[in-house]
Design a protein around this ligand. Structure first.
Ligand SMILES: [Zn+2]
Ligand SMILES: [Zn+2]
Length: 316
């Protein structure tokens, strides 16, 4: 009996590992059916011309070693696993008068920023899973402090890139239906097509260093070190960005997803200093696999210094 249970456990673990490998392969765009396109003129690259492009063996090795090592580990050193308190004010998200700046971290890369009377949402994700399928894929670890319907009217949404943990279709469609009308979606180059295909006309795409202005409120696209892709054919066919928000002499910087690079010093020089920065600090292990796409905690502090932020919040 015990042997049977052990055998069953091994089989189910191997099955889970195999599924994890396949899902990871799909998520990272392997086999890359669009490889010929990516190698051509239409594929986006990092600012130094590099492309994050790992062989299938490395992707499968990462998926299996993460599975066996139980990565990502819960943040047990400072708090009890993932069960840290979720602060949620009965009055709703942090208020801000017209001349003020406030931020409410909603979870992962989703934050609500109020800057001089404009309400901005970053990478809105309110679904249970970051996945093309509702029943499989990475699951939310901590509850949302606020449902999407509890938020004030959103004027502008910025999207950093098209990975499923940053571009969530149900959340985008719910925002389009918010009372008072759809927000303006500011997206990286090439990603506007995803919106127009869904009959969302209030979308503007911007390249790095380009600016969009709305009633004195400015959004500027900034470079990031990352990649894009939602299926087997679209690897790096849309750009990835960070965003700078400026209004009334105040400024905030949302870094999106990024590995550490010289981009941050350039952003600090050209557009800093910032009153507030949202800097990604998650999914950084194992380093040999993640370093070129996700910053470590040490690198997040370097980004804080490079961009010259007064206050930074770790996200993702
Ligand atoms: Zn990403
Ligand atoms: Zn991400």
């Amino acid at each position: 009996m015990r042997q049977k249970i052990t055998l069953f456990r091994w089989r189910s673990m191997l099955f889970t590992a195999a599924v994890a490998g396949i899902v990871a392969g799909i998520f990272f765009g392997y086999p890359r059916l669009g490889a010929a396109q990516v190698a051509g003129a239409n594929g986006y690259t990092n600012s130094d011309g590099s492309v994050i492009d790992k062989p299938l063996s490395a992707v499968l090795g990462w998926a299996l070693s993460s599975f066996w090592a139980g990565l990502p580990k819960p943040p047990a050193e400072h708090v009890q696993g993932y069960h840290f308190p979720v602060v949620c004010d009965a009055q709703g998200v942090a208020p801000a008068r017209p001349s003020e700046l406030s931020v409410t971290w909603i979870g992962h890369a989703t934050a609500l920023i109020r800057i001089n009377g404009t309400t901005v949402l970053t990478d809105p994700h309110f679904s249970e899973r970051a996945s093309p399928l509702s029943w499989v894929g990475p699951r939310r670890r901590t509850p949302l402090p606020y449902a999407l319907e509890e938020l004030p009217h959103i004027d502008v949404v910025v999207i950093s890139h098209n990975h499923f943990d940053h571009l969530d279709e149900p959340s985008v469609l719910a925002l389009v239906r918010q009372s008072g009308g759809a927000p303006v979606f500011i997206v990286p180059q090439g990603l506007d097509r995803w919106f127009t295909e869904r009959a969302i006309p209030t979308v503007h795409s911007l390249g790095w260093w380009q600016t969009y202005t709305l009633n004195g409120f400015e959004v500027v696209g900034t470079p990031a070190r990352h990649w894009s892709g939602r299926d087997l054919t679209d690897r790096n066919q849309t750009q990835w960005s960070g965003w700078v928000l400026r209004s009334g002499g105040m400024s905030a910087y949302f870094a999106g997803d990024s590995g550490y690079s010289a981009d941050f010093a350039a952003i600090g020089q050209r557009l800093g200093p910032f009153d507030l920065a949202l800097i990604p600090v998650g999914a950084y292990l194992p380093r040999d696999f993640m370093a070129d796409q996700h910053a470590s905690p040490t690198e997040a502090v370097m980004i804080h210094q490079d961009v010259r932020a007064t206050v930074s919040v770790g996200i993702h």
